[in-house]
Ligand binder design. Structure first.
Ligand SMILES: Cc1cc2nc3c(=O)[nH]c(=O)nc-3n(C[C@H](O)[C@H](O)[C@H](O)COP(=O)(O)OP(=O)(O)OC[C@H]3O[C@@H](n4cnc5c(N)ncnc54)[C@H](O)[C@@H]3O)c2cc1C
Length: 379
């Protein structure tokens, strides 16, 4: 039976980035990265809106996103042959500048050192002229928000992992996991393998994987989110428009390859599955966007959905539970798994190898307890 030191299950952005950070760290270490699908980005990783905003998410997420910027701006040699981030900017719009949601965005800016410029409705309209002036009472401008090349980021991590000796297996669904006191026996269709540590990077399936391994679950909630491509409004050059996000969380849209990518920012509970866009969510999206902007919609050229998986406090789950030190969680990446991937992967690698956080992340105010599976309530 083949033996590994670490087996990572799931090769989306979570598993791929962690494998890349672990690769080459300890000479001779054997790491398996196993993915059920033929293509590692098939599920949530391949379905994102590809936006990097330091002001999006709770304080832990914002800190990890800010800590990822340096890697994206200056990745290791050979990681990608073109920039991973390109300027976009985000305009957070609101009909209530005193709301909690707007206050939280301002607080995130202070905490992360990002700039969130208060902008008048007039200035916001100058930037995105199709916005309806009626409901627009205020805006915050995050000039440093970026578009991400998610495919290049994901492939860069996979390439780096393989170059560092990680064995990537696709079409490799884990179907059973048993701990005998010294190693895991992991069942795959082409035969079992043994591994000293099992890493759960299974995205929406992470609680299912824990159940399979006999480990307490974390109360993971996969929430479906829909996105779609709409024709651009006639007569406008949209290329330099920023992403427009309703601060209250009811929709967003942004230019994407000459089209408008829009989402109703839906969060519909779902079992882990190959999520599909629902006609009703598409209609709701069109309705919400049109309530705030003059965007004629003749057709929806493409729509899709993916599962954003959260635990109750909306921070990621990284670490081993005290009861099962050989089972390591790397899950609950919510709607931020791409933008915080470099920092979160460093966190995961440091916790696995040394049991502590990287100094810069700890100095920025994130603690081991903030990420620990032991803070979560599962079954
Ligand atoms: C519409 C939408 C918009 C988004 N926009 C953004 C954004 O703008 N910015 C951002 O940063 N994030 C965004 N996200 C969130 C981001 O896409 C996720 O946080 C991230 O992709 C999660 O990565 P993951 O590796 O945890 O999950 P996944 O990509 O789902 O990977 C998990 C993998 O585990 C595999 N797996 C599961 N069980 C097993 C098993 N038993 N054996 C083997 N393999 C298994 C699955 O096949 C899957 O490939 C968005 C998500 C959606 C849906």
């Amino acid at each position: 039976m083949q033996e590994f030191d670490i087996a990572i299950i799931g090769a989306g952005i979570g598993g791929a980035s962690l494998a890349a950070m672990l690769a080459g760290g300890v000479p001779g270490r054997r790491i398996l990265l196993a993915e059920r699908e033929s293509f590692p980005g098939y599920h949530t990783t391949g379905r994102s809106a590809a936006l990097y905003s330091v002001l999006y998410g709770n304080s832990t997420v914002c800190t990890l996103t800010a800590a990822s910027r340096a890697f994206f701006m200056d990745p290791p040699p050979g990681f990608a042959d073109h920039p991973l981030l390109t300027p976009r900017g985000v305009l957070y719009i609101t009909d209530d500048p005193q709301s909690d949601a707007v206050r939280e965005i301002r607080e995130s800016a202070i905490r992360t050192g990002a700039t969130a410029l208060e902008m008048s409705p007039r200035a916001a309209l100058d930037m995105v002229p199709i916005l309806h002036p009626g409901p627009l009472r205020g805006a915050l401008w995050e000039a440093d928000a970026m578009d991400m090349d998610v495919h290049a980021i994901h492939q860069g991590f996979l390439r780096r992992a393989k170059a560092g000796g990680v064995e990537l297996r696709t079409d490799a669904a884990l179907t059973g996991a048993g701990w005998d006191g010294s190693a895991w026996t992991l069942s795959f269709a082409d035969g079992p393998v043994r591994a000293k540590k099992l890493v759960n990077a299974a995205g929406a399936w992470a609680d299912e994987l824990a159940r399979m391994a006999g480990v307490p679950t974390v109360g993971l909630m996969p929430l479906r989110r829909t996105a779609m491509m709409l024709d651009p409004p006639p007569g406008f050059d949209i290329h330099r428009w920023p992403a427009v996000i309703d601060a209250g969380g009811s929709f967003y849209f942004k230019p994407d390859a000459g089209m408008i990518l829009a989402s109703p920012a839906d969060e519909t509970p779902s079992p882990p599955c190959d999520a599909q866009a629902d006609e009703m969510d598409i209609a709701i999206c069109v309705d919400r966007v049109q309530a705030s902007a003059d965007l004629p919609v003749r057709r929806v050229s493409r729509s899709w959905a993916g599962l954003r998986s959260f635990v109750a406090d909306r921070s990621p789950v990284v670490g081993a539970p005290a009861s099962h030190p050989s089972f390591f969680w790397f899950a609950a990446q919510g709607g931020y798994g791409i933008q915080m991937a470099p920092a979160l992967a460093r966190v995961g690698a440091s916790l696995l190898d040394h049991g502590v956080l990287p100094a810069d992340i700890a100095d920025a105010g994130v603690s081991v307890a903030d990420l620990s599976p032991d803070r979560c309530k599962g079954e």
